[in-house]
Design a protein around this ligand. Sequence first.
Ligand SMILES: C[S@@+](CC[C@H](N)C(=O)[O-])C[C@H]1O[C@@H](n2cnc3c(N)ncnc32)[C@H](O)[C@@H]1O
Length: 517
Amino acid sequence: MGLRRGDSESGEESSGWGDGRACNATCRTRTSMTKKKSFIPLKFGGFKESLLHKPSHNSARIPNHSPRMWPRSLTPNKLALLFHSPKGKPLAQWVSPFQAFFSTHIVGDQPILVRDFILSALYDPKHGYFSQRSRSVGVLERSIKFNQLEGRKAYMKHLDKIYKDSDIAWFTPVELFKPWYAHGIAEAILRTTNLSVPLRIYEIGGGSGTCAKGIMDYIMLNAPPRVYNNMSYTSVEISSSLAEIQRETVGDVQSHSSRFRVERRDAADRSGWGDVQQEPCWVIMLEVLDNLPHDLIYSKDQASPWMEVWVQKQLDSGTLNELYKPLEDSLIKRCFEILDLDKSQTAQSSVISKAKSIWSKAFPKPQRCWLPTGCLKLLEVLHGVLPKMSLIASDFSYLPDVRIAGERAPLVSTKKDGRSSDYSSYLDAKGDADIFFPTDFWLLERMDHYCSGWMKPDKDQSSKRGKKRRTIMLDTSSFMEEFGLPSKTRTKDGYNPLLDDFKNTKFYLSVPTHNIK
Ligand SMILES: C[S@@+](CC[C@H](N)C(=O)[O-])C[C@H]1O[C@@H](n2cnc3c(N)ncnc32)[C@H](O)[C@@H]1O
């Protein structure tokens, strides 16, 4: 005990601050250390008002093209190194509650929707990528002492060594920047939450438990004692091995154990949640959205209707190909409505649609569009069961060098002989490749508003609307400058990997309006 905000959990460096909240004014500087960050008073109950979007049907689309985080060509294998190890020794077993549709192959005799193909390819207990590449969420033995590293070169060398020594598939930012990354999230929660009610936090896909431990440490040391004493932290984790690791990580601090529990289950399965919980709570999801199943829709040209894509196996050759059916699946249709895709096809004057039809016949251009149906399903469940939740999600807003066709297409990345390479067809992923998608944060916000019941599809005439939510999207660097302690991840020459490198990741925060003062 005795740690304060600013002290490292490994004790490597101490700021000596008595109370982190009191030091915001002087210590929060930008990377360059030239510009002092304006002091944002820490009061419980509200984001800085200017940071919060009022939800709007017309909210501007966040471009997918944020600058690259690590252009793969510039820093060969560095992106891959940060997230995937050259080795990846199977140490722990990923067990998925999903039905293994197929005993020997990802696709059986019957065609399946693309999202079911992805679900199997990633999570099937026998054939899934994560089942084979188990122990894919790495745990650093000790925090990186950024302040002792000279600069970028030294940091990269250090990372290389960590990957070589650890035999781990990949390290996520919360792990690489522990405990500071989790502390930033805890600070965001403390600034926003109503502390007169017990603090309840849910984390979906907590990986190794590093976020949970960091947040609980921070609250224990920085919030009024009653907040820590009355808090609960529930982790919903699909992987049994990771659930076990989380228990161990958080259990390191004895007092956390009675406030922390892991439920091993699929968070998108409504039945696991039990009764609706009306109390305010927080839901955290770090790098979970990118690995959730997606669907694919296809249109053979600019004027033809969208079709849903199924995957089927050629019985004679065993090869996989796509099958197109009219839109029927209800999850795909809901996602389609939220995207307003049908509007773009139907709400045109007859002159325009005639011209378009002629043009598309002369110059047909097939269209493909990936839909985050797994995320939609998860949000529907979360809003249904936790109507007063506040949400913090972080993920990739953009992925470089994607070879798969279509809007919001994934990277399908495999590794052979320690080298990573990308497939040009998702159908090649048969348990040997990671499939990860960029998050369209504009769409995430829309889905959030639909699932809360505030935005309604045009066809829905019911008068009952949910309450407005306030939302904000921040680059990781902005989030960490706002809520974290950037000085802790800065190297001697001023290079700050957390602020400088994570250009293609964002945070999404969404709070119900009753939380705002
Ligand atoms: C890419 S890892 C990220 C881990 C951790 N959040 C981090 O940032 O280090 C994705 C995590 O989500 C979990 N996960 C994926 N789908 C899930 C689901 N439907 N329900 C619960 N957990 C899920 C995985 O088991 C894993 O822990």
